[in-house]
Design a protein around this ligand. Structure first.
Ligand code: SF4
Length: 118
């Protein structure tokens, strides 16, 4: 049995997952979103990442970025390595794709603020 918290809304229901022959059984949820979250967390856990990349010729030296969608949890370290080694040039607009389809996950790394040239 695994215990974890549903993060789909601020209620934070405590979920329990039991492995059965037919798949995972989830208990403790108060709505369908909690059941979906529990199954996803057991079968294919994913996380969003927020980070920064180095930017040249910008009025700041680091640009905040995030994933366009959650990525598989077991790819986080590899994704962070790529983000940490990335260097880009200003100007950048919020929503610009900084790294497309990172590690062929179908998820982009996108800018979360504008960065004009210095
Ligand atoms: S189970 Fe439903 S009510 Fe409970 S935290 Fe998850 S989304 Fe919110």
């Amino acid at each position: 049995m695994k215990e974890f918290t549903c993060v789909s809304c601020p209620m934070g229901c405590k979920l329990n997952a039991f492995e059965e022959e037919s798949g995972y059984k989830i208990t403790g949820y108060s709505c369908k979103r909690g059941l979906q979250y529990g199954l996803q967390e057991m079968e294919d856990p994913r996380r969003n990442i927020s980070s920064t990349v180095r930017i040249q010729n910008g009025f700041l030296s680091m640009l905040p970025v995030k994933t366009s969608a959650p990525i598989p949890k077991d790819r986080i370290f590899s994704v962070m390595e790529i983000i940490n080694n990335q260097k880009i040039e200003a100007p950048v607009s919020v929503g610009d794709v900084i790294i497309p389809n990172i590690l062929e996950t179908g998820v982009d790394i996108i800018a979360t603020r504008n960065m004009a040239c210095s």
